[in-house]
Design a protein around this ligand. Structure first.
Ligand SMILES: C[S@@+](CC[C@H](N)C(=O)[O-])C[C@H]1O[C@@H](n2cnc3c(N)ncnc32)[C@H](O)[C@@H]1O
Length: 318
């Protein structure tokens, strides 16, 4: 167990300690600060949908937890989606960053750039069979429409208006914080995706129900989930050896940390809410904390849960 996470949790109860620099954690959320990351993430979700025979031309998309920028959703708009909902609980993103990332994304699509692979982003999943530009999905005809100059101008304008400006007719709706499923009309979304987010969601049950409610019948969910301790412990799965008391100390009063739910919880919740799980692509690691060290709450988890470090789940609303 590392000491810094506990100090971070205690710090969250004492506001003046926030000014102590060496106790501060980084402000950002991770990858979406980079246009190439956003390009890679969106195209991986799209290519995986294609691999599993799911629709690859979603008109309305929603992303849970975009983080530092809404770049992954912007990539969706640049590949033909008409409407993008971004739902977060902390406003990490800025208009300036989103505009810069948008322009870089336009260049990547204009160049039909290959998908950045594991050499460039070794920690990003899912892996693909091929990282060439997916021209069988993104045909010249499709890109001709989606990269039309007038459409690009409209998105630029929409970016200026968000997050607080008029969003009625906009292609982009950034909703933060979102906590109520009423923020999106039921049965209006074709695809919901998230990258490294569901492990952070505290109200995971209600969130799964909300996502199902927003999806049209036949709509797709595509979630990449990281079950690791996010470096809070020495071993990748050491968070499952910590007592609830220690975990409460670490979490402190932070808006979210990680929910410590293993793979099976997510799969079961999706099934319970009425979705068909199309595939689960796990990344396993047997080198972490062993069963004998698990906290009581986790001592009965399956071997599969204990060794699954991350997974991509594709599901469809029945
Ligand atoms: C590790 S970051 C990932 C950001 C981005 N998806 C990426 O790939 O870099 C986790 C994100 O999930 C968001 N988050 C946490 N709880 C959430 C919730 N209940 N609903 C939506 N987003 C949430 C955080 O605010 C943060 O933006």
């Amino acid at each position: 167990m590392r000491i810094r996470p506990i100090l971070g949790g205690i710090k969250s109860y004492i506001p003046w300690l926030s000014s102590v620099k060496w106790l501060s954690s980084s402000r950002g959320t991770g990858g979406t600060i980079s246009a190439r990351y956003c390009y890679s993430v969106w195209l991986r979700h799209l290519c995986l949908a294609q691999d599993y025979g799911l629709p690859t031309q979603p008109a309305v998309i929603a992303e849970l937890g975009p983080g530092d920028s809404i770049g992954s959703g912007l990539a969706g708009l640049l590949t033909g989606s008409q409407k993008y909902y971004a739902l977060d609980v902390v406003e990490y993103t800025t208009t300036k960053r989103n505009r810069a990332i948008f322009e870089e994304l336009v260049g990547l699509f204009a160049d039909r750039a290959d998908i950045p692979d594991e050499d460039e982003f070794p920690d990003v999943y899912p892996r693909l069979r091929s990282y060439g530009f997916p021209s069988e999905i993104l045909t010249e005809e499709r890109l001709g429409v989606s990269l039309d100059a007038a459409k690009l101008e409209r998105i630029r304008q929409d970016l200026l208006d968000m997050p607080d400006g008029p969003q009625g007719g906009s292609a982009i709706r950034y909703i933060c914080p979102w906590y109520d499923s009423a923020v999106i009309e039921p049965e209006t979304v074709d695809m919901i995706f998230s990258q490294a987010v569901l492990e952070h969601v505290e109200e995971i049950d209600a969130t799964c129900r909300a996502m199902r409610r927003w999806l049209k019948t036949g709509g797709v969910m595509s979630h990449q989930i990281d079950f690791s301790s996010h470096n809070i412990t020495e071993t990748w799965n050491g968070h499952w050896s910590l007592s609830d008391f220690t975990w409460r100390l670490i979490k402190g009063r932070k808006r979210f940390l990680i929910n410590r739910e293993p793979l099976s919880t997510h799969v079961e919740l999706l099934k319970k809410t009425g979705c068909r799980v199309v595939c689960v692509l796990p990344v396993t690691d047997t080198g972490g904390t062993q069963r004998s060290r698990l906290a009581r709450r986790y001592e009965h988890i399956s071997d599969e849960d204990l060794t699954t470090k991350s997974a991509h789940i594709l599901a469809v609303k029945e």
